[in-house]
Design a protein around this ligand. Structure first.
Ligand code: 13P
Ligand code: SF4
Length: 348
């Protein structure tokens, strides 16, 4: 491996040479060394919108696989989307596969007839997005989940929310839907987990979760509150419902960033989200005290697979006329998934 400075110099040179034909979006959870070279840093909604707009020939996506798939679907066919490391997946997106989803749908429509609409968090495969598009549903991100749930309820009486039970539960609860009107679909047992009569159920939550955000607990909140009562607790809605209700603020990555940006000088913030972002906020805003809600920190290991060597490798391959790790979604999957994405983007 080359010395860090040499990698940086090479990346800089290729970026200068390629100019506007290269676009590097970086998710806020990426390492600083990657964000340093990103043309834009954003959350998943912002990066989807920016990828739809860019005219660059190459989009080198610094994020995870489902984000690169989304960028490919939203860009034009003559643009090429590259993921610098194919191992940068998302464990949550992998918790709902299309076969499980089709089997679940056939059982759920047996119970509920035509009264149900599927919504999927963008943190899902293109196949799941296509499934939602095909069945009249849409995608959501953590920034617009409430807006999209409201839209879905204007269309149908019930919602199947994939694949993150926590974002689904927290959003529906904020809208005034009681927990008793929510049930969990367990894709392993293929059963609906509820003690209520099923006709009362309004939201069916897929039993998936984010392995990073599930690591923040009510115990962590308690220990910050015990230290002194001046800590503000802010968490991402991928955290469990207990954690979200015990915290002071909850919202998307973008919301967390904006809240800390506007925070009063000297205030203290315990943040329940990915480690790279928490560390970056802490150094960007030295006038406030920013700490991870979980003292062990919580990295997203797959996001962290993208690093300087992988970024440089991708750029050098493009320079040599041999781009690698091209992400493409084709045919029917793309056209139905785009229906789901566009239903969201029209309302975002
Ligand atoms: P947002 O960028 O929508 O907040 O999503 C967080 C996340 O987990 C990305 O994988
Ligand atoms: Fe997936 Fe969670 Fe990592 Fe986001 S933070 S990419 S949801 S595992």
């Amino acid at each position: 491996q080359l010395p860090e400075q040499e990698m940086r110099d090479r990346i800089k040179k290729i970026k200068e040479k390629m100019g506007e034909s290269l676009y590097i979006p970086g998710h806020h959870y990426q390492k600083d060394e990657v964000i340093d070279f990103s043309d834009d840093a954003g959350d998943s909604l912002q990066l989807a919108q920016l990828s739809a707009k860019t005219k660059a020939e190459y989009i080198v996506f610094c994020g995870v696989h489902f984000m690169a798939e989304t960028a490919d679907m939203l860009s034009s066919p003559d643009q090429t989307v590259i993921l610098p490391d194919l191992r940068a997946g998302c464990s949550m997106a992998d918790m709902a596969d299309i076969y499980q989803t089709e089997r679940a749908w056939s059982k759920l429509t047996e119970f509920f007839g035509n009264s149900i609409l599927p919504l999927t968090y963008v943190n899902s495969t293109a196949d799941i997005k296509a499934f939602c598009g095909m069945n009249g549903g849409a995608t959501v991100t953590s920034s617009n989940a409430e807006k999209m749930l409201k839209w879905a309820f204007s269309e149908k009486e019930r919602i199947l929310f994939l694949p993150d039970q926590h974002l689904g539960r927290n959003t529906a609860y904020n809208m005034g839907i009681p927990l008793e009107e929510m049930a969990v679909w367990n894709p392993q047992t293929e059963e609906l987990e509820t003690e209520q009569p099923i006709e009362n159920i309004k939201v069916i939550l897929w039993k998936g979760h984010c392995s990073v955000h599930e690591k923040f607990t009510v115990e962590h909140i308690r220990s910050f509150r015990l230290r002194d009562d001046n800590w503000n607790i802010i968490v991402h809605p991928e955290c469990t419902h207990d954690v979200v209700t015990a915290s002071d603020f909850s919202g998307s990555t973008h919301y967390i960033i904006e809240t800390l940006k506007a925070a009063e000088k000297g205030s203290k913030w315990a943040v329940g989200t990915e480690m790279n972002l928490v560390n970056r906020l802490s150094s960007q805003y030295p006038d406030i005290d920013v700490q991870s809600l979980n003292p062990n920190m919580c990295p997203c290991l797959t996001m962290n697979r993208i690093d300087l060597p992988h970024l440089l490798w991708s750029l050098e391959n493009i320079e040599n006329g041999n781009p690698q790790n091209i992400i493409t979604v084709n045919g029917e999957t793309k056209s139905f998934a785009l229906m789901a994405l566009n239903r969201m983007l029209q309302r975002a």
